[in-house]
Write a protein that binds this ligand. Structure first.
Ligand SMILES: [Zn+2]
Length: 354
């Protein structure tokens, strides 16, 4: 990430550049931000600048080998530490950030302005507390004790030091106090008052300012994560419903209807209806031999082709009308459990209609 790509906080960016240019690089820095204001983006741009082979006009070049590795978050000398816990996405019993690094990369590459909740969702530990445990400190110390792979700075970007317990902090402390040459720690906190004093007092603090309304809107537009989460959730529900309907499993279909009715708000229930309507239009288009208009994603092609074969020709048009009725009824405050149960019954009975 180049400074030019960071949204907002131009003053902070300028200060970081002049720090790097003057050679007075703080070994330990604590960036304090309100969640989602770009501290990680700034940290990434800063480390990229420090390690860039051909910096120009106060920014990294974006093209040298180091910049290219940074832009994929795979620079061998830059390490990421963040709160984790055991979860279904991994098998490690004592997970560290390294166990989840793939998911961290996906998330941070899609949107470096993610929130803590986004991170928890991305690594699949929504219902648990993330922690930076002592195993993490051991990993950091071992890694930093090795000589750097490239010639530049080694860096640890540690997200949410407030999630570090005393033991972890104690282990890290000496390293933070006297890091090996050309090594830096960047801590990103949302709650500086909760960062252990021993760590806090050894860091140069940098305040990352809140974004303006326009900047916040730019950040929001970057966030595909929310939508993709929603998409997966809706697609799974729709696919389960359709599979139950075409295989004559009324009980299963009704359960899907209940899940739709249990979506957290009327707005979500309507959003699911709209989504289901769009999916059914895709089935319809395939039945009409117009797959190019259906615009189905490669990984969903098999599902849609199967549905197009197994639904009667009249099913789609009728179901779309019924879905539109459900949306109108939700707006009139009709009990959604009854509405979705009725919709599912109609789909079930109408699946073979010509
Ligand atoms: Zn470069």
């Amino acid at each position: 990430m180049r400074f030019a790509d960071v949204i907002g906080n131009a003053e902070v960016a300028k200060a970081l550049v002049s720090m790097a240019d003057s050679g007075r690089v703080a070994h330990a820095m604590l960036m304090y931000e309100n969640e989602g204001c770009g501290a990680l983006a700034l940290a990434l741009a800063y480390v990229q600048y420090l390690n860039c082979a051909h910096p120009v006009n106060g920014d990294s070049c974006g093209e040298c080998p180091s910049c290219r590795q940074m832009s994929k978050l795979i620079h061998p000398d830059v390490h990421y530490v963040f709160p984790v816990n055991k979860g279904p996405k991994i098998s490690d019993d004592k997970p560290t950030s390294e166990s989840y690094i793939k998911y961290w990369r996906e998330l941070a590459l899609a949107n470096p302005y993610f929130t803590e909740a986004d991170l928890q969702r991305a690594i699949g530990i929504e219902s648990k507390n993330g922690l930076i445990a002592v195993a993490e400190a051991k990993f950091i110390i071992n890694t930093l004790s090795l000589t750097s792979v490239a010639d530049g700075y080694k860096a640890v970007i540690l997200y949410l030091p407030e999630k570090m317990n005393q033991e972890t902090a104690n282990r890290l402390l000496k390293m933070v106090e006297e890091p090996p040459e050309k090594t830096l720690f960047i801590f990103i906190t949302h709650s500086p008052e909760k960062v252990l004093q021993t760590i806090f007092s050894r860091c140069q603090s940098v305040r990352v300012m809140p974004l303006t309304k326009e900047e916040a809107a730019e950040v929001k537009a970057l966030n595909p994560f929310d939508d993709s989460e929603e998409y997966d959730r809706f697609m799974d529900l729709f696919a389960d419903l359709m599979r139950a309907v075409v295989s004559g499993d009324l009980q299963g279909a009704l359960e899907c209807g209940e899940m739709a009715a249990a979506l957290e708000s009327r707005e979500k229930q309507k959003a699911f209806c709209t989504f289901a309507g769009q999916c059914i239009r895709k089935i319809f288009m395939i039945q009409q031999n117009m797959p190019q208009i259906a615009d189905v994603a490669e990984q969903e092609k098999e599902f849609y082709d199967e549905m197009a074969q197994r639904c009667g020709k009249g099913f789609c048009a009728r179901t779309i009308t019924n879905i539109e009725k459900v949306v109108a009824m939700i707006d009139r405050n009709v009990n959604s459990k009854i509405l979705f149960c009725d919709l599912v019954n109609r789909m079930y009975l109408g699946i073979w209609s010509r």
